[in-house]
Every structure is written in structure tokens, then in C-alpha cells.
Design a protein around this ligand. Structure first.
Ligand SMILES: [Zn+2]
Length: 269
């Protein structure tokens, strides 16, 4: 039951992520007006705006103009639902509320960044930059820092903060190095400034070991999907593919990675 609730809450935040993914690059307000069909501009009633369910009931078509609704909507909702469920299992089910909360916000940020990067090839500063200090705040706070009485716990909290900081620095440095070598070897941008900020945010939340794990998992996923797209002739070898979504997926896997020894230095006691 609690698992189901965690899933539903995730799905609802996925629905919110969809709104941000659509409106942020178009410079539209996140709050006003209410949901509307991007094609015919007709406002959407609440019963047509239920995450995942409405998409299925409407068979993926707008009630008014009958044009297809992007598959991105239910996909983002389901992804956020599954992430929420897995974070619940990993943290909240063991009484670890603080890491659950911070990783939930982190995952939501990653989903929004991925969605926008997919469509516009840009990583939005307004989402990615606040994640960097937030990761450090999380490293400092989780472990009930303010309730700790011993100086040992204070020491642990400060060392976590430094670990988070070193992660952000490592992430930034790796991308900077890749960008320079890419420019020298391929004479074109291998990785952009957006990836630099994204990897710094990942480092702030996961520490420097997490940065390497995220790149490792992200590269595997990226290679598989790219090969599949090239094989099915949807993309060509020299097409630009945003790396942000793969890095984000790599970071999510790194959090949920079983035996995640690096987390012992970070959020988990
Ligand atoms: Zn419509």
C-alpha cells in the first residue's frame, strides 16, 4: 500500500515535470494558465488530466482536436513513478526520510533536465544550477545534523559536505577535460557547458565516485540506444545526440545501484 502511494506521488510529480518541460523553454508561466492542448489550445478538464490513465482512456488523442498527444507525457509520469517507488524502497522504507527527500528532488530535476535537453539540446540553468548547492546542503543535513550532539557527528556532516564539494569539482573538471580533448581531436564540441553543470550537480549529490559511476552507466545506456537508433535508421552516425539524458539515467542507476558503497560516505550512515 505504501509502495503504491509512493508510486502515485511520483506519477503526480511526473505530471508536474511535463508542465515544466513544455513551458520552461517557451518562457511560459509554470502556474498560469491551467493545462491546455498544445495543438488546439483548448483547456483540459481535470478528468482528461489524470496522469497516465487519461492518456490511455483518450487513446493518446486530444478530446477536442483529435491530434495525437506526445508519448512523452505518460512516459515521463511512469518514469517518475518508478523512481519514486525505488527511492522509497531504498530509503524511506528504512526510515531514511532525509536522503529520500533530497534524492527525490534531485531525480525530479534530472527528469526535467532530460526532457528539455531531448527537445532543445539545452540544459536549463534555472534547474541545474540550484541543484549544485542543494546537493551540498543535503550532504550536510542528512544525518539529522541539527539534532546531533556529539562532535563526531558534526565532523561526519562536515566531511560529507567536503565529499559533495569534491564531487561537484570532479564532475566539472572531467567535462572540461573532455571538451578540450574533443576540440583538439574532433575539432568540434564533444560536450557542452550544459553537461558541465549537470555533471557538477551529479557530483554534488553523489560525490566523486558517483560521478564516475554515472558516466559509466550513462555511457552504456547511451551506446545501446544510439546503436539501436542508427540500426533502425532513425539517426545517422554524425547526428548530434544530447548526452544529458544518459548522464541523468546513469545518475539514477548510480543511486539505486545495489551495494552502492560510495553512498556510505555520503547520505547513508
Ligand atoms: Zn487539442
Amino acid at each position: 500500500m505504501k509502495e503504491f502511494l509512493a508510486f502515485i506521488i511520483g506519477v503526480c510529480f511526473g505530471s508536474f515535470a511535463n508542465v515544466v518541460i513544455y513551458r520552461l523553454p517557451r518562457n511560459k508561466s509554470i502556474i498560469f494558465p491551467g493545462s491546455f492542448c498544445p495543438k488546439c489550445r483548448h483547456s483540459i478538464k481535470w478528468y482528461d488530466n489524470i496522469p497516465v490513465l487519461s492518456y490511455i482512456l483518450l487513446r493518446g488523442k486530444c478530446r477536442y482536436c483529435k491530434k495525437t498527444i506526445s508519448i512523452r507525457y505518460p512516459v515521463v509520469e511512469l518514469i517518475m513513478g518508478v523512481i519514486s517507488l525505488m527511492l522509497y524502497e531504498k530509503f524511506l522504507a528504512h526510515g531514511l526520510f532525509c536522503p529520500f527527500l533530497f534524492y527525490f528532488i534531485f531525480a525530479l530535476g534530472l527528469v526535467i533536465i532530460s526532457g528539455i535537453d531531448f527537445e532543445t539540446f539545452l540544459v536549463p540553468d534555472i534547474i541545474v544550477l540550484p541543484l549544485i548547492p542543494l546537493g551540498m546542503v543535503g550532504a550536510f543535513l542528512c544525518q539529522n545534523f541539527f539534532f546531533s550532539k556529539t562532535s563526531a557527528e558534526t565532523f561526519i556532516a562536515i566531511s560529507r559536505l567536503l565529499y559533495s564539494f569534491s564531487g561537484a569539482l570532479t564532475g566539472g573538471l572531467i567535462v572540461a577535460l573532455l571538451a578540450i580533448t574533443g576540440k583538439i581531436i574532433y575539432k568540434k564540441e564533444a560536450m557542452g557547458g550544459g553537461d558541465l553543470k549537470l555533471l557538477a550537480a551529479i557530483g554534488a549529490f553523489l560525490g566523486w565516485r558517483g560521478v564516475f559511476l554515472s558516466i559509466f552507466f550513462g555511457s552504456i545506456i547511451g551506446t545501446i540506444i544510439s546503436l539501436a537508433l542508427i540500426y533502425s535508421k532513425k539517426k545517422k552516425w554524425d547526428d548530434y545526440v544530447p548526452f544529458g539524458p544518459y548522464l541523468a539515467a546513469g545518475a539514477i542507476i548510480a543511486i539505486l545501484y545495489k551495494g552502492s558503497y560510495f553512498l556510505s560516505l555520503y547520505f547513508i550512515p
